[in-house]
Design a protein around this ligand. Sequence first.
Ligand SMILES: O=C(O)CCC(=O)C(=O)O
Ligand SMILES: [Fe+2]
Length: 316
Amino acid sequence: MKLVPSVDLNDFISGDPIKKQKFVDEIGKAYEDIGFVALKGHFLDDALVENLYKEVKNFFSLPLETKQTYEIPGIGGQRGYVSFGKESAKGKKEGDLKEFWHFGQYVENDAEREAEYPKNVLVEELPEFNNIGKEAYKMLEKTAKYVLRALALHLNLEETYFDQYIHNGNSILRPIHYPPITSEPKEAVRAAAHGDINLITLLMGAQGRGLQVQNHKGEWIDAIAEPDELMINVGDMLSRHTNNKLKSTIHRVINPPKELWGTSRYSIPFFMHPISDMKLNVLKGCIDDNNPKQFDDITAGEFLTERLIELGLIKK
Ligand SMILES: O=C(O)CCC(=O)C(=O)O
Ligand SMILES: [Fe+2]
């Protein structure tokens, strides 16, 4: 049984109103149910994906001392390198078995917003890593914009409702390396069960086994995408904003069986965040007698800070 539904973004941008509506209905239904889709027809071409993986592998292969020169204190790991074991899922004390990098927004024509965000960190040893990261960031952001337009229509909002909040938004592209496992990990896993913080997440690299999502019955389901698909899921910000009509599904990355401990896993999520002043207050259209308002009013900025403290990335 295929458990994560597949959709094709070409339907949405085809100009054919019937196909467009079909996409809106399919993704809307999937997000009210399992909270995940596998999406074809995104804006990353094969060469970009291949080069991105090559550069990401080059970066994580650098000596630890070199990588650590890019670990910047005081910014909650929001740009540059975060070393192995630093991040733990909300409520968990063991660190995840991963190291990662963060590319952030390339702000256009807004000095105030630019001053709000930490600067992107450039890797001197790998000029192409910086260039390809920026290109992938832009293409994932563009893909996410169309997905959010479809969701706006599903929620009976203006199609471009989210555009104002995501332009120059606080999105993050996070290449992750889960290194080979060299000793009994005990309680630690590659990524402990969690919901994502942001509006939506676009994940490259869910082709191999490892990623699992939890269904309504509490069962863990393998989420595996085709090589040309991105896995796209709802995050907690969008779930709050829609009064949990759209579901932010708990997911995790399990450790491989012992015979595969020697292999690395690479994955590259793009966390689509809005600008920090977006109000995540529950939309009026998502409240009714059967589903009264479930969440307090909060801005995206306040919510993010709360969660980064819980993840151990910023200290109180
Ligand atoms: O590595 C993966 O496949 C998923 C990672 C993930 O869920 C996350 O970083 O939020
Ligand atoms: Fe996640």
